[in-house]
Design a protein around this ligand. Structure first.
Ligand code: MLT
Length: 397
């Protein structure tokens, strides 16, 4: 008889964002006349920018002609896009070669798939609160995990400690959900720790485009020694509105070698076996993101989300609620009022003001008592949600 992967029995009943969607759908079923202010999952509300749309249309037309038609794409990504991304890194002062860049169908898919590179006997370290897919992907693989808690006392940026014994280290900066960002000095400490212990950092840089403070690192590869210990995972989902279009990229340096195995070569072997590449049309659209016109247009869109963040931060400031994030990241991480639990706060906001956020507890036990707002909603909805939030929270003072 087939034996299923029994580690699935160790997972929570449902994935965080799926659970929230179920709760909100149930609410809407009972209150069909209500409008919801959705600031839960970090899904963008602005359409793709003009430069991308034009490139997508042109690529569709290419597929209609024998001379420009593309069938299977190179598994690791089209060279035009890998080179464009390497140039983007160069513009940030970081040298990576095109064959160190792998085009993916998105950072969340990639973060799970990359675990193929590592033995199941390795231990994974997850800094919590954390994007829940890091944990779930390792639970599914039956891997041992160390959960490192963070909190207000360390600015949600814990530092390495020689007692932590793990081979796979997850670092997300700017952080989802807290919005905290490692500065160069703190990130260097993790790089040095990884090199000293032979660990590999999976550096989730999905929110790098939201960094305003230019002293903060956009890429782990701007740090000394990172090429011998890190893999960087990036995404156009939030940077350029590709949540539904799907495209990300991953950098695996050729210097990254463990136990005589070159991880860049291993990933080529993996991709050439397990994928047929991202579609030509989507890769053409992605390349347009990195043109001067595309960069200007996506930055204009990011500014709209940053204005949403300002609206929410001003609202929380006006009623004296503690929060972090919002400045260098598209998430605001607030303390629930009056010692409320995070799911209790979720239900209360949904019932009273139809505002949907994400309970901090969904990002790990130390997230209990906190709540996350995404700033990717429409400006109109964000303003109204902020107004409702202030009015409701004033009633609890
Ligand atoms: C989030 O809300 O944390 C993200 O949107 C989830 C994701 O990127 O998959």
């Amino acid at each position: 008889m087939l034996i299923p992967n029994m580690y699935y029995a160790d997972l929570k009943d449902s994935y965080l964002f799926y659970h929230i969607a179920q709760k909100t759908n149930a609410y809407l079923k009972n209150h069909p006349d209500k409008h919801l202010y959705r600031m839960g999952i970090g899904d963008v509300s602005l359409p793709l920018c003009d430069a991308v749309i034009r490139a997508l249309h042109e690529a569709v037309d290419d597929q209609a002609n024998k001379s420009t038609f593309h069938g299977y794409m190179p598994e690791c990504g089209a060279s035009f896009l890998r080179e464009t991304i390497a140039d983007y890194y160069a513009s940030k002062g970081v040298t990576v070669s095109a064959d160190e860049v792998f085009v993916s169908s998105g950072a969340s898919d990639e973060l799970g798939d990359l675990l193929d590179l590592f033995d199941r006997k390795n231990t994974a370290l997850v800094i919590e609160p954390a994007y829940p897919a890091y944990v779930d992907a390792n639970v599914m693989a039956g891997r041992k995990m160390i959960h490192v808690s963070s909190g207000i006392e360390n600015g949600f940026l814990p530092m390495p400690d020689d007692r932590l014994k793990a081979e796979i280290l997850y670092i997300c900066s700017p952080n989802n959900p807290t919005g905290a960002v490692f500065d160069k000095q703190k990130l260097q400490a993790w790089v040095d720790f990884a090199n000293k212990n032979g660990s590999v950092i999976l550096f989730d840089a999905a929110y790098e485009a939201f960094i305003e403070d230019e002293t903060l690192p956009h890429s782990i590869f701007s740090l000394k020694g990172a090429k011998t210990c890190a893999i960087e995972i990036c995404s156009l989902s939030k940077t350029a509105g590709f949540t539904g279009t799907r495209l990300g990229y991953t950098v695996i340096p050729k210097e990254l070698v463990r136990n005589g195995m070159n991880l860049n070569e291993m990933w080529v072997r993996n991709r050439t076996t397990k994928t047929n590449g991202v579609s030509y049309i989507i890769q053409k659209g992605a390349a347009a993101v990195f043109t001067p016109e595309g960069q200007k247009q996506i930055k204009d869109n990011i500014q709209i989300y940053k204005n949403n963040a300002r609206v929410l931060m001003e609202a929380l400031d006006s009623i004296g609620i503690w929060y972090c994030g919002g400045k260098n990241a598209p998430y605001i991480w607030m303390k629930c009022p009056n010692h409320m639990g995070s799911w209790e706060f979720f239900d209360w906001l949904l019932e009273e003001i139809q505002v949907v956020g994400t309970p901090g507890e969904g990002f790990g036990a130390c997230g209990e008592g906190y709540f996350r707002f995404s700033t990717f909603g429409s400006p109109e909805d964000t303003k109204e949600a902020a107004r409702r939030l202030v009015a409701l929270l004033k009633t609890t003072k």
